[in-house]
Design a binder for this molecule. Structure first.
Ligand SMILES: NC(=O)c1ccc[n+]([C@@H]2O[C@H](COP(=O)([O-])OP(=O)(O)OC[C@H]3O[C@@H](n4cnc5c(N)ncnc54)[C@H](O)[C@@H]3O)[C@@H](O)[C@H]2O)c1
Ligand SMILES: O=c1ccn([C@@H]2O[C@H](COP(=O)(O)OP(=O)(O)O[C@H]3O[C@H](CO)[C@@H](O)[C@H](O)[C@H]3O)[C@@H](O)[C@H]2O)c(=O)[nH]1
Length: 324
């Protein structure tokens, strides 16, 4: 049995599908703070609990061989305003989970980290060996957790795999899952809302970055390709216990905000309305993955890498939600 924390959320719900599609038994632990009970597929048990409730987590972990730890708070801006909430929900909750795993004798842990741990980097793709310079409390919380879990794994308490996700977007191509949170702040989500007339315009937060068109550049990765990487990593951890693993998950190519808006405009058949706005605090000009390690060591094969496909699947999900 594999337990997915945060499995009622955007990324976690896609990981649940990928694991089920691969024939694995899955269950979800989620406090539903930003997740949705009906994002958990029929037949998958949902334990509604907070990770900081260590005793309940120990109970839920009975018979679980591996945990995929996706639960957390994720909005950079909010983390600057509420640092203690972010350190509490990301760092303290992860320590609670790790303690529960040790108490329950659970063997393997896969942690959802982020490209944000690198902090300001140049245009060149960033590799896993880059020193970490997290630039905001969200990113710092993820860097701390990597360190804490790494120390625990170093003592043989469990086997650890860490995935540093780049910018996750899109939706399950079969339409079974997508990003629901109405308050989501991610570029594509906001841009789709503007393109579909649900908000007046996208605020382009920074048009004077030192990038090719002045807007921020990110490595957008299809959520289903990301989910597939978890299945591969869990298998690798089981095949070679004791070997810590850390991988970037991105495609190795960046798109600017204007490029994303252009691809979305093509899919909609009309331009997406936008207005220029100030840079967001703690934001970076450009972050693109060096993905050589995951391609080589896990044999990960991106299947949905075209930006047009990410946009198409995301848009199909938004339209489905609009229809009720
Ligand atoms: N979305 C991205 O582009 C991105 C990029 C890099 C990393 N990540 C990481 O991926 C993970 C999932 O992100 P997401 O976009 O799916 O966010 P999300 O908000 O949709 O999902 C997070 C889930 O965790 C649950 N949760 C939060 N705190 C909890 C707690 N204390 N106990 C139990 N459940 C709790 C929420 O209810 C929610 O279902 C996060 O760890 C995030 O940092 C996301
Ligand atoms: O309304 C918006 C939202 C975003 N942007 C820009 O779009 C780019 C992407 O922003 P966003 O989608 O908010 O993603 P990031 O701030 O890069 O952070 C995401 O990607 C990180 C990994 O790189 C994750 O850790 C975070 O959880 C996730 O929110 C940036 O240049 C933003 O300035 C806009 O112009 N307008």
């Amino acid at each position: 049995m594999i337990l997915v924390t945060g499995g009622a959320g955007y990324i976690g719900s896609h990981i649940v599908l990928a694991l089920r599609d691969a024939g694995r038994d899955v269950m979800v632990l989620d406090n539903l703070s930003t997740g949705f009970a009906d994002a958990v597929p029929d037949g998958v048990r949902l334990v509604e609990a907070d990770l900081r409730d260590t005793d309940r987590v120990i109970e839920a972990l009975r018979g679980v061989e591996a945990v995929v730890h996706c639960a957390g708070s994720i909005v950079v801006n909010e983390s600057i305003e509420k640092p203690l909430d972010y350190y509490g929900n990301n760092v303290s909750a992860s320590v609670s989970l790790a303690k529960a795993m040790v108490a329950a004798g659970c063997q393997r842990l896969l942690f959802s980290s982020t490209a944000a741990v690198y902090g300001p980097v140049g245009d060149a793709p960033v590799s896993e060996d880059e020193p970490l310079k997290p630039a905001n409390p969200y990113a710092a919380s993820k860097a701390f957790v990597e360190r804490i879990l790494g120390d625990a794994a170093g003592q043989g308490l469990f086997d650890l795999g860490v995935l540093r996700y780049f910018n996750v977007a899109g939706a399950d191509p079969a339409g079974r899952a997508g990003q629901r949170a109405p308050g989501a702040t991610h570029l594509l989500k906001v841009a789709m809302a503007a393109g579909l007339g649900l908000r007046p315009a996208v605020e382009v937060t920074g048009t004077d970055y030192p990038t090719r068109d002045g807007t921020g550049v990110r490595d957008y990765i299809h959520v289903s390709d990301l989910a597939a990487a978890h299945v591969l990593l869990l298998d690798a951890l089981a095949a070679e216990p004791g070997r810590p693993r850390l991988y970037n998950v991105g495609y190795g190519r960046g798109a600017s905000v204007f490029e994303v808006l252009a691809v979305l405009g093509d899919a909609l058949g009309q331009a997406v309305p936008w207005v220029a706005a100030a840079r967001r605090p703690g934001d970076m000009a450009s972050v693109v993955a060096d993905n050589a390690r995951i391609l080589k060591e896990l044999g990960w094969v991106p299947r949905h890498a075209a930006l047009a496909e990410i946009v198409r699947d995301g848009l199909a999900w938004e339209r489905r939600m609009l229809q009720g």
